[in-house]
Design a protein around this ligand. Structure first.
Ligand SMILES: Nc1ncnc2c1ncn2[C@@H]1O[C@H](COP(=O)(O)OP(=O)(O)OP(=O)(O)O)[C@@H](O)[C@H]1O
Ligand SMILES: [Mg+2]
Length: 252
């Protein structure tokens, strides 16, 4: 049982930033346990993307640590983390625009070419739209479609941890829901998911647990349901909750 209590990936009191003397994360802690899909929400500029980048070795961690199954991985280089089974899908600039969709996926598996046919087939199955357009340049995809391609590219390596920065951004409501459900399906195959999302309400519905980030710290945590129903969280961070619901009503 003690194994089960060990986080698959964890940020512990992480202090990090881009410029000397300017910390964006101020002692931020989040943890994802085996089988979990966790959601990270919070206002713009709270440090959500910075947290994922710090966990993936792209932003220097000044103090605190990032731990994967008990092993310290703080400030390891991204390529080492990929080898260890961490996949990261950044919020922006996440595909090679001049390469075709298929070439982008091949790039995702450059370290294990023998697995290529099997992994490509799995991705075409998961993302039929990408299969239809596999010979088109990735630069021709919409922002949301690029997000799908970036997720597929990360999945080529069969990661055991997937860090996703706003996978539903730029998608229509139907496509957003597809993305959430697909992510959940990926999670159910045993991949631990850490997902940053603007669409806070839906994110909390679909995730096992969530964290609300504010000014570079984890301000609230709980199950999705607890957070979504916490008056403090609603008032401070899900202010858009009612608006979302109204907007949806208006759309039908
Ligand atoms: N490359 C960078 N160099 C310097 N400062 C940065 C850089 N990227 C982000 N920041 C700053 O760090 C802070 C947190 O940014 P971050 O992108 O982590 O927020 P976020 O919670 O992901 O916001 P959003 O919801 O808009 O994506 C912001 O004040 C931002 O200006
Ligand atoms: Mg962000």
């Amino acid at each position: 049982m003690s194994d089960q209590a060990e986080a698959v990936i964890e940020a512990r009191e992480v202090v990090a930033g881009y410029l000397p003397g300017v910390n964006i994360l101020n002692g931020c802690s989040v943890a994802a346990y085996p089988g979990e899909m966790i959601g990270i929400i919070g206002p713009n500029g709270a440090g959500k993307s910075t947290l994922l980048k710090a966990m993936f070795g792209l932003v220097k961690v000044h103090s605190g640590s990032v731990i994967m199954r008990g092993e310290e991985i703080t400030n390891l280089r991204a390529n080492r983390l990929v080898e260890m089974g961490v996949g990261f899908v950044p919020q922006n600039n996440n595909v090679f625009p001049t390469l075709s969709i298929e070439e982008n996926l091949r790039m995702g598996l450059f370290m294990r070419p023998k697995k290529l046919p099997e992994r490509l087939a799995a991705m075409w199955d998961l993302f039929p739209v990408l299969h239809e357009r596999r010979n088109q340049r990735a630069g021709a995809l919409s922002g949301g479609e690029r997000q799908s391609l970036a997720m597929a590219r990360a999945l080529m390596m069969e990661p055991s941890v997937l860090l996703l920065d706003e996978p539903s951004a730029g998608l229509s409501p139907v496509r957003q829901d597809e993305t959430f459900l697909r992510t959940r399906r990926i999670n159910k195959t045993g991949v631990c998911v850490v997902m940053v999302e603007q669409n806070a309400r839906r994110c909390l519905q679909i995730c096992d647990r969530g964290y609300v980030l504010d000014q570079g710290k984890d301000a609230h945590t709980g199950t999705g349901r607890e957070l979504a129903n916490d008056p403090k969280v609603i008032q401070l961070y899900l202010g858009t909750l009612a608006t979302d619901v109204e907007a949806e009503k208006g759309a039908h």
